[in-house]
Structure formats: structure tokens, C-alpha cells
Design a protein around this ligand. Structure first.
Ligand SMILES: *Cc1c(COP(=O)(O)O)cnc(C)c1O
Length: 609
């Protein structure tokens, strides 16, 4: 059975049982049942399902791993963590992060004014807030207000200019002063697609000289007692643990040196985020080479060793991993609207009384193909189709002949692939590319999988049902935007096989997994498709509940959100229809009603039953 790499990427969060994919938790509901329940409320487009228990699982795993390593190594600092809001700022996610992180005092990290306001409004009492990114005087003032209001907040400065502004705000206002962190610029660099956050040419951080200058400034402004943290972040989705170790050694030594130089209040190292998530679904894919347990041991051991060597008290350790915490919690489910090569169905064949000889030959091949002749017949068919297409271009055969030729060849290839496994590998790849089935999904890749569009980040894809049948079709996935980049092409090196389903008779739903990090805020309204309907799924011992529906924007609201006056548009449409003269009054009022219904629904297609 094709398990779509479930054992590689799903961390046991999902399992296949009989022909369905189940959520592997408590009552183990199937994704199909959840989808059906939601569709019974007249929902037809794509849906996003969020599972709070998976957020809890990741937060618990993060804290347990570090706390275990702390105990194992007799480490004498505490472990603290904050959730970086930029990874997913949506209300459900922030709420779930706070709820599930309550026992650990899990905090929030903000990188902009809006995120900082969110952190101030939504963080738990006694949990830390950290602030990164470029800041102006207003943003720094906001951090002072947060401190004044009782938050445990640390502003990490990215440059000396920001530090000077902090000193200025401290002198001008009577507000309490937040803790100050310095982002250090490491010479060691990360690895992976997103590794642009460190190295000597990095966008962020202070050089050794600037760090020394910063401590001088702090000392003379009498703020050295507020300097509590050094921070680094070597990039997202870190695949290799070696650069992490180098960064830890470098940052650990900077910390110890600063302590020796008299930074008395300094008590924490913030190691940023970057813990990787497994997105691969093929066994030969390159995966990140560490587990969360290895990662935490490595951090604790290295920092302990450096501090012991320099006679410095062990620092508290902060992490800001976001992708690791929320990627797995959401699943995008999309109906398949169409399989394009249904157009080549055998019963569309329309042979004439008298056909061109090559077509008769193709028909012979198709009728008599068997396991022991199929490779030879296949090659003949491929040869014939070339000749037939040339004949068409020269005007010797008609459009019906061409249609028959395409149908016959398509079915000969398909049949030979099912009759033999002896086709040589490179020819097979080529045939699969030629014969790939195009699955049209009711979703937008730009909106729901922007990292696929922008970075070719692969996300695990699998059907959520039909698993007792063999999936044979080499598949490419097309979305409903009218942009040719809205496609996940068939890749013979990372093949996706899907089922041959007659969509007019049966539903077919695809799941896209591990989409909970970054995709939502980055999603684009290309073609004016907005976010899908979203639901929280709470799973109990005997059942599941569908909560917190967030509806996709209606067509009118989308137009409003980009600056049109939707009332004006609607009344223009209505007046034009009113003025038309060819229908009855009843016909007009029915049509007006129809128009209004269409405009107050979302823009995804409503084709499937
Ligand atoms: C983006 C970012 C993070 C989160 O990175 P993940 O790869 O999602 O863990 C943490 N810290 C900082 C400073 C960041 O910019």
C-alpha cells in the first residue's frame, strides 16, 4: 500500500486504517468524517482544519526535552520559550498557544508594532515577551508601556541606533524600563533555504566591536543592570546540527566574556528559532539530521561546558522556535473538481466506418495488448502517434481521427503500465510524465501554500480516503487560479500517485499537511481568492467537535477589502439588470436574488455535490 510517507512526516499524528486517514488521537476520527460533517453545512470550497492537541504535543515535547537535558547534565539555568508571532498570528493559534502553554509559562515573541500589541494583549501573566526586528522610538515606547503594565519584557536591539533610542526614552519618560537584549552577529552561518539570518553579512546583529560599544553606552547611561540577554537566530528550518553547535560555541563565549567584563545582570542566552519540521514524503529525501532531544542535549551540554570552563554561572536558555510548534497543527483539505484526462476515456472513442490505416493499427494494438507483448505494442503506439500528429498538421487526417488517435494511445500507455513492471526506469519516468493526470483542486496555491509557490517548499500531500484501492495515476495538481504557476507539477524523482476516480460519481479529497506555519500570513489573494473556511477540531474520547468557524470572505467583502465600494458595485449591477428589457418582473426579481446570493458567498467553486 502507498502510505504517502506517513511514517516519515506525520510523527504518528495521522494513520491509515482501511481506506481512510484517521487523526491518531483519542476517538480517532477520520479526516473524511470531519470533512463530511463540515460540508453538510453547505460548505463547498477548501477547508483548513486545526487540531489544538497537536500544538499541545509540540509545546510539551519542547519543554520536556529541554528539562530532561537540564536534569541529565546538572545544568543550573532555567529553560524558557516564546512563540514567535510571525509564524502564525491568527486568533485561534495564539489562543491555543497560550492555553496549551499555560503550565509552562510559554511566552510570545513580537517583531512589529502590531505583533507587540498582540503580545501585550494576549500573553499569560508571568510569561515572557521578547521583541526583535527593527524598531523606532514608538515601538520602543510600546515596550516601556508593556513593562510599566507588568509584563516581563525584553527588547532585543539589532543595532546601536536602537540602543541610543532606548536610552533616550528611558531619560525622557518615567515609565519602567524593560530588560534589554543584544542580538549578536555570529560568524558561523546556518544551513537550509532560510539561512540568511546570521554570518558576518547578516541583516541583523551587533559585531564584537559594537557589543563592546553597547556595554559602554549602557554603563554610562546607568542601564547596565537592564542588560539581561544575548540573542542569535541562525535561520529557519535548520537541516544540519553542525552549524548550530558552532553558533552555540560562539554565542556562549560572547556571553561568558561579557560576564567577565562586568555585565552583572546578564542571565540569559536566547538561541532563536529554527528547529526543523519534516515535510518530505519520500524515503530518499534529505531530512534534518537531529531530533528535538539531540538538539536540547547539545544546547545544554555545550553551554554548560563553556560556562564551567570560564567560571561563569549557567545562563537561562530561551528559544523562539515557531515552525516546530505549529506546522503540524493544521491540514488543508480540498475537493478535487476534475481529472483532466477523463477526456481520454475509452467510451469517447468514435471510430469511423473507414479510418486511416494507422488508426486501425492503433485499435488493433489496443485490443490485443497483453503482458508479454505490451512493451513492443507500447513502442509501436508511440511511434504511430508521432506520425498521426504530423499527418494532422499536413491536413491529411481530420479532427475526429486525431481525437481517436489520442484516446487510443493514451489508453495503450495506461494499460501497458498496468500490465508490466518491466519497462526500464528512465522510459517509465518519461511515460509517467507524458501520461500524468491533472487533478484540479478547489483551492489556490498562492493563498494556501505560498511557500510552494515562492520557495518550492514541498508539503506532504495525500488523499484522505480510497486507500484500499491502488493509486496508479502519476499526478500533478492544478489550482483554480488562472495562473500557470498555480500548479504542483509531477516530479518523477518525488512522484505523487493518486487514484483514478470518476468525480461525477464519487468524491475525492486531498489533504495537504504540516501547513500550520507561515502559510497563512504569507498567503496571497491572487485572483481575489481569500483564505479558506477554517475550523478548530476538538477531539474527545468518544467523538469530535467542530468549533470556531472562520468563514472565507464573501466576494463583496473581498472587493471591499481592496478599496472598492461594494454597495456601489452591487447597485450598479442591479440597475443594469433592472434596465434590461427582455425578462418578466418575476424573472428580474429572481435573478436579482440569485445575484445577491452569489456575491455574498465566497469565491471558491461550488461544483461538487
Ligand atoms: C522567524 C524567527 C523565529 C522563528 O523561526 P522558526 O524557524 O519558525 O522556528 C525565531 N526568532 C527570530 C528572531 C525570527 O526572526
Amino acid at each position: 500500500m502507498n502510505t504517502y510517507g506517513l511514517d516519515i512526516w506525520s510523527d504518528n499524528n495521522f494513520i491509515i486504517e482501511k481506506d481512510e486517514v484517521l487523526v491518531n488521537y483519542k476517538s480517532k476520527p477520520s479526516l473524511l468524517n470531519i470533512t463530511k460533517k463540515i460540508r453538510s453545512l453547505d460548505v463547498r470550497g477548501p477547508i483548513v482544519l486545526r487540531f489544538p492537541h497537536l500544538i499541545k504535543k509540540q509545546i510539551t515535547s519542547l519543554y520536556n526535552s529541554f528539562n530532561y537535558s537540564i536534569e541529565e547534565n546538572n545544568y543550573r539555568g532555567d529553560f524558557k520559550a516564546v512563540f514567535p508571532l510571525k509564524v502564525n498570528q491568527l486568533p485561534f493559534v495564539v489562543e491555543a498557544v497560550s492555553n496549551e502553554g499555560r503550565d509552562f509559562s510559554y511566552g510570545l515573541e513580537a517583531g512589529s508594532k502590531a505583533e507587540l500589541i498582540l503580545a501585550m494583549g494576549k500573553s499569560l501573566a508571568n510569561s515572557p515577551i521578547t521583541v526583535n526586528g527593527f524598531k523606532d522610538k514608538e515601538m520602543i515606547t510600546l515596550a516601556f508601556i508593556a513593562k510599566q503594565s507588568g509584563h516581563d519584557i525584553t527588547i532585543t536591539i539589532e543595532g546601536l541606533g536602537e540602543l541610543k533610542t532606548i536610552i533616550q526614552v528611558a531619560q525622557e519618560s518615567n515609565l519602567k524600563i524593560p530588560s534589554i537584549g543584544l542580538r549578536v552577529r555570529l560568524h558561523s552561518t546556518g544551513s537550509g533555504t532560510w539561512a540568511k539570518s546570521s554570518g558576518m553579512d547578516a541583516k541583523f546583529g551587533l559585531t564584537a566591536t559594537e557589543i563592546l560599544e553597547a556595554t559602554k553606552l549602557l554603563r554610562s547611561a546607568k542601564l547596565l543592570d537592564k542588560f539581561t540577554m544575548i540573542h542569535f537566530h541562525i535561520g529557519s528550518q535548520m537541516e544540519d546540527i553542525a552549524p548550530i553547535k558552532r553558533a552555540l560555541r560562539e554565542a556562549g563565549n560572547i556571553y561568558a566574556e561579557l560576564k567577565v567584563l562586568g555585565a552583572q545582570s546578564l542571565n540569559s542566552i536566547n538561541i532563536g528559532g529554527g528547529l526543523a519540521v519534516t515535510y518530505a514524503q519520500h524515503s530518499d529525501a534529505k531530512l534534518h539530521n537531529y531530533s528535538i532531544q539531540e538538539f536540547s542535549s547539545c544546547v545544554i551540554f555545550l553551554l554548560g561546558e563553556i560556562m564551567d570552563a570560564k567560571g561563569v554561572k549557567h545562563p537561562n536558555i530561551f528559544t523562539e522556535s515557531g515552525r516546530f510548534v505549529v506546522a503540524s497543527h493544521s491540514v488543508l483539505i480540498t475537493p478535487v473538481l476534475e481529472l483532466f484526462t477523463q477526456d481520454y476515456h475509452e467510451n469517447l472513442l468514435n471510430l469511423q466506418e473507414k479510418n486511416p490505416p494507422l488508426i486501425d493499427e492503433l485499435n488493433e494494438l489496443y485490443t490485443h495488448i497483453k503482458p508479454d507483448n505490451c512493451i513492443e505494442y507500447l513502442h509501436d503506439a508511440l511511434d504511430h502517434i508521432e506520425s498521426l500528429l504530423t499527418l494532422f498538421d499536413l491536413g491529411y487526417i481530420n479532427l475526429q481521427d486525431r481525437s481517436n488517435a489520442e484516446i487510443l494511445v493514451h489508453n495503450i500507455i495506461k494499460k501497458s503500465l498496468s500490465l508490466t513492471s518491466k519497462i526500464n526506469a528512465s522510459e517509465l519516468k518519461q511515460l509517467q510524465v507524458n501520461l500524468q493526470e491533472r487533478y484540479l483542486i478547489n483551492a489556490s496555491i498562492f493563498q494556501s501554500l505560498p511557500d510552494y509557490w515562492g520557495l518550492k517548499q514541498h508539503f506532504p500531500i495525500m488523499p484522505i480516503h480510497h486507500h484500499t484501492k491502488k493509486a496508479m495515476r502519476a499526478a500533478s495538481i492544478w489550482d483554480i487560479t488562472c495562473d500557470s504557476d498555480g500548479e504542483i507539477g509531477f516530479d518523477p524523482d518525488k512522484p505523487l500517485y493518486l487514484h483514478d476516480i470518476d468525480i461525477t460519481k464519487e468524491d475525492y479529497f486531498l489533504g495537504f499537511f504540516n501547513v500550520g506555519a507561515y502559510q497563512e500570513a504569507l498567503g496571497m489573494s491572487h485572483n481575489l481568492f481569500t483564505h479558506p473556511n477554517e475550523y478548530t477540531i476538538k477531539i474527545n474520547d468518544n467523538s469530535f467537535e467542530v468549533l470556531n468557524e472562520v468563514e472565507s470572505k464573501s466576494t463583496l467583502n473581498i472587493l471591499n477589502s481592496i478599496g472598492y465600494d461594494s454597495n456601489e458595485l452591487l447597485s450598479k449591477l442591479k440597475t443594469d439588470l433592472q434596465k434590461s428589457s427582455f425578462i418578466t418582473e418575476k424573472g428580474k426579481s429572481d435573478t436579482l436574488l440569485k445575484l445577491e446570493i452569489i456575491l455574498t458567498q465566497n469565491g471558491y467553486l461550488r461544483t461538487t455535490s
